[in-house]
Design a protein around this ligand. Sequence first.
Ligand code: ZN
Length: 304
Amino acid sequence: MELNENARVDTSQVDDRRGSGGGGGMGIPIPIGGGRGGIVGIIIAVVVALVGGGFGLNAATGGGGSEQGDNTSLEQKCSAQDALEQLDCRNTLYVNSIQAYWRTAMPEAFGEQYRPSKTVFFSQNVSTACGAADSGVGPFYCPADDQVYIDLTFYRLLADQLGAEGEFAQPYVLAHEYGHHVQNLLGTEAQMRRQQQRDPQSANALSVKLELQADCYAGAWAKNATGTADDRGQKIFKSITEQDISQAIDAAEKIGDDAIQKRSGRPVNPDEFTHGTSEQRKQWFTKGYTTGDPKSCDTFGAGV
Ligand SMILES: [Zn+2]
C-alpha cells in the first residue's frame, strides 16, 4: 500500500480527544506484552472489538458525547511534510478515504445520501452518547451520536497479541466501523435491534449478520479505495496490493469468534458467536472486495 504524499489530510473528519499537550506516558489500561491478568483483558478487548453497539457500555451515563476535543496539534502535525509517517495522520487519511467512498457509493447503491461521521481519537477512556467507554472495549461505533471511537493503541494489541500485523489491518478496522455507520444511516441497525427484541433467541445470530455485513462493506471500500480522492481531487492511495488485502483478510480471520474462543482456551461454542467465525468474516470481506458493490452484502437475506 502506498499513500499519496500530496493528498491533504482532512482533520475536520476526526475529533482529537487525546488531550493535547498534556498527559505524557498515558498507556492503555490493559497490559500489553504480558502480565498474566493481561490475557483476559485482551480477550475481552478483542471480543468486543469492532462491535457497533451492544458493546456493554454503561448507558446510565448517557447524555455524554458533547465533549469536544482539540485538533490544533493534530492539524499542525498532519499538514507537515512527514505527516504520513504519523499513525494518527495516516488514520485520519483512511477515514477521509472511507467517507469519500461512501459519499458516492451510498447514493449509487442505496439511493440515500451519505452523512459524514467523525472518528474520535481518545486515550484510555471517553464519554459518548452510548455511555462511558474505555480502551478495553476496542474500537466501536456509537449509533446514538453517529461517531466512531478508537484508541489508536488498539493496533499494537492487534499486531502484538493477535498477530494481525500489517498496516492494512488499520483501514480495515476503520472501514468496518464506518460500515456500522452506513447501517445506521440505512436503518439496518435499528431494524436489527427491533428484531432482536422480538426474538431474543436469535439475538446473537442477528448480531453476526450485522457484523458480517460491516466486514463486507469494508471489502467494498477496499476494492474502490484507490479511486478515492481528497477534497482537492488528489488521490489518497497510490496503490493497494494483493498483500494489503491479505492483511485485511488476516485481521478479519484473527478476530473471528471461534479464533477468539480458541485463544482464550474455551471450547468453541457457536451459540455465543456475535461477530461470525474466522471463515465467515473472511468470506464476507472477500465478497465485498470481489464485487466492489455494497449491494452484494445482503447477509440478512443470505441465511448466514
Ligand atoms: Zn462491528
